[in-house]
Design a protein around this ligand. Sequence first.
Ligand code: TXA
Ligand code: MG
Length: 325
Amino acid sequence: MPEIILANHSSDALNRAIGRLRAGGIVAVPTETVYGLAADATNGEAVAKIFAAKQRPSFNPLICHVDGMVMAQEYGRFGSVAERLANTFWPGPLTLVLPLLPDCGIHDLVTAGLDSIGLRCPRGFARQVISALGRPLAAPSANRSGRISPTSAQHVAEEFADETLLVLDAGPCETGLESTIMKIDGSKLVLLRPGAITAEEIAEVAGQAVELPDTDGKVLAPGMLQSHYAPDAQVRLECETCPKGAAWLGFGNRTAPPNACAALNLSETSNLVEAAANLYAYLKQLDASGTEVICVSPIPNEDLGIAINDRLRRAAAPRCVESSE
Ligand code: TXA
Ligand code: MG
């Protein structure tokens, strides 16, 4: 059974988390995006426990969370654009994939043997944990591979109900969607995963265009695999109505179809930030109603709507769980 403790500013939660992490254990930590399942990124045995708990394929690398630029520069090679992006958007929901510095101490399991590393400086309690530990934390989203990311401590506890796991509870996540992932590849900027920080914002700070990855079948960020973030129910997109017995996930001021068996609205005022924060919790809630189909109304494909639609398309895609994260 997981144990949930409040991640407030008392030193108790911090001390217990640090104790577990130093001993090579894993701890679920809150960030502004989603809850992460964290281990000391320099300890291979500890990192292996993340892969085991998540049932995650070991070729899928983990994001390395740091408390700021000084720590980040011990592990990744920052050029001037990367430095500018980090200085502008950190702490915050941006992961930078950069060349990995040789012999920097990050365990190979974290990078899945690649010569690059995903670095992110999170907001919230996770950052305090990293500072207190004095080491980076490898942390994927705290869900079993291929399933919906958790945006509350309760989601994490339900997902890992049969594990002994310490879960630090800082309430619901502010953003509710995983970080934007930007790869800096030589002089190119490639968007590997859309998120709360948009490609436009990044292009403006970088002073150069952002490219979308080649989709010639090569997997750049395994999180880009088609099926992902999947509830048990089948997900249908761009719905105007729904069949009898299906659940309805609405957006904006249109009313739910009368024959929906359950209905929730991501944001009645069509606020995309609110919709992003509600997305995973509402998908879980509708899934728990036992329905076989969740119909989602159209969501504008702009700003944060791009990331919301990205996650919804993956939730709706044919399932291939072995290769997702
Ligand atoms: O918001 C987030 O990013 C959350 C919180 C916990 O920080 N983490 C998260 O981690 O979403 P995860 O493991 O669920 O997704 C990380 C994605 C994966 O798709 C992985 O393939 C990609 O980042 N990734 C990590 N390192 C990479 C690298 N060196 N090159 C390419 N992709 C990488
Ligand atoms: Mg994930």
